[in-house]
Design a protein around this ligand. Structure first.
Ligand SMILES: Cc1ncc(COP(=O)(O)O)c(C=O)c1O
Length: 428
């Protein structure tokens, strides 16, 4: 049996000085059932990470999908080490900013000009400000998750601290539901600056949906922004816009850009991007060179190595075999698989007498005990091997068998060795 004692003790120490003990909500204790989970990771290599107690895991979270090549990728590490000797940040821009912008323009269909940020939220907030400036309008339509800033998080259940005046300007619409977007345009006629959406997350776009969103946005004089924070450099070298063949006016990138180094980007149409010169999108570390060196190495490797093809192949195998396991264990009423091969989801539902959080807690408890780190999605990296996928499915086979037995015997809660997860703030 794995021990998580050091993690648990350290969490107590961390929480004395850090609210929630984490800088990122999705890495915090809210997501990991207490008693059966690690709370801190000390290092990673390839597809593996090690927690504070020394337990090893195959990581399918991959730092919330930002590690796309694998931990400590040799090419990225060499590029960062070389840049480190030259310096991290200077008093004028460094040429590497232009080099990475050129690479993005070469790879991404909508990209004619590029600006960099640090987190995905910098890029999405910048894109929205730019769209507001370009159109002279205030309202935005949103679909999916777009980060921590007021303009977006005000639309969610976690809107404490966001002024009502700001919340009143952002409106959610539902994925694969053009009528819900049309309703936003009807209610705010002539006032919508941008439609921003994740081109895909859990569900596949229905035929014509993304084209329909683009056409509706343009018909109403709004800009289309694809939030490709996750899909960028993951679905295809040119992101979901290349994969689905729908080109937005602007797109934002983050996680997949630099194999986990902190850099994000806004890219898009030249006439819109030029207006960046008139708005204010500026911060001290925007041109930080280590992350840009990591980005250059990552983008270059994406063009020379079969990264996208490998993620695709592994993911199709994973998705097919996991669906077969669910059927074999007769669990189709509580579990389904969906998503793009590089970013698949095991979607859970409640069952008679047990909440979805109970089901998820049991699953996490058993998968973690078998050395698999997952929050319910499989964020593949190029470092994952066929053996890693076999190990994941082996762990699922045993765990789903246990889940099926616990459900049929009505004993699921008895199987929980730790504290069940509490209802979580969800964005997708
Ligand atoms: C689609 C999407 N947009 C925006 C963000 C925000 O990025 P960050 O957390 O880097 O600010 C995320 C982060 O998970 C995301 O998945």
């Amino acid at each position: 049996m794995r021990s998580y004692k050091k993690s648990e003790a350290y969490l107590e120490r961390a929480e004395r000085v850090i609210p929630l003990g984490s800088q990122t909500f999705s890495k915090s204790r809210t997501q990991y059932p207490h008693g059966v989970s690690p709370y801190f990771i000390t290092h990673g290599q390839g597809s593996r990470v090690w927690d504070l107690d020394g337990n090893e895991y195959i990581d399918f979270v991959n730092s919330l999908a930002s590690v796309t090549l694998g931990y400590n990728d040799p090419d990225v590490t060499a590029a960062v080490e070389a840049q480190l000797k030259q310096g991290v940040i200077f008093s004028l821009p460094h040429p590497i900013e232009t080099e990475v912008a050129e690479l993005i323009c070469d790879m991404v269909p909508c990209a004619e000009m590029v600006r960099f940020g640090k987190n995905g939220s910098d890029a999405t907030a910048g894109a929205i400000r730019l769209a507001r400036a370009y159109t002279g309008r205030d309202h935005v339509a949103v679909c999916g998750y777009h980060g921590w800033q007021d303009w977006y998080i005000g639309t969610t259940a976690r809107h404490r601290g966001v002024p009502k005046a700001v919340r009143d300007l952002s409106h959610t619409f539902a994925y694969n539901d053009l009528a819900s977007l049309q309703a936003v345009f009807d209610q705010h006629a002539g006032a919508v600056a941008a439609v921003i959406l994740e081109p895909m997350n859990v569900a596949q776009p229905q035929p014509g949906f993304l084209e329909g969103v683009r056409d509706l946005a343009h018909r109403h004089g709004a800009l289309l922004v694809f939030d490709e924070t996750i899909t960028g450099f993951r679905f295809a070298n040119g992101g979901a816009q290349e994969f689905f063949g729908v080109t937005p006016d602007l797109a934002t990138f983050g996680k997949g850009l630099a194999n986990g180094y902190p850099v994000s980007a806004i890219a898009g149409r030249r006439d819109v991007m030029k207006l960046m010169e008139e708005i204010f999108f500026s911060f001290t570390f925007g041109g930080e060179t280590l992350s840009l060196a990591a980005a250059k190495a990552t983008l270059t490797k994406l063009r020379t190595d079969p990264i996208i093809a490998t993620l695709q192949r592994l993911g199709v195998d994973l998705r097919t075999r996991l669906a077969e396991l669910i059927t074999r264990h007769r669990l189709s009423h509580v579990a389904t698989v969906s998503g793009h091969p590089s970013w698949t989801f095991l979607n859970l539902r409640e069952a008679p007498g047990v909440s979805v959080f109970d089901v998820k807690t049991l699953l996490m408890q058993e998968m973690l005990a078998r050395g698999v780190l997952t929050l319910g999605s499989h964020n593949l990296s190029y470092a994952h091997s066929d053996a890693d996928i076999d190990a994941l499915l082996g762990a699922y086979d045993e765990t789903l068998a246990l889940l099926a037995r616990a459900l049929s015997e009505d004993r699921l809660r008895e199987q929980l060795r730790g504290k069940p997860l509490e209802p979580l703030f969800r964005v997708r």
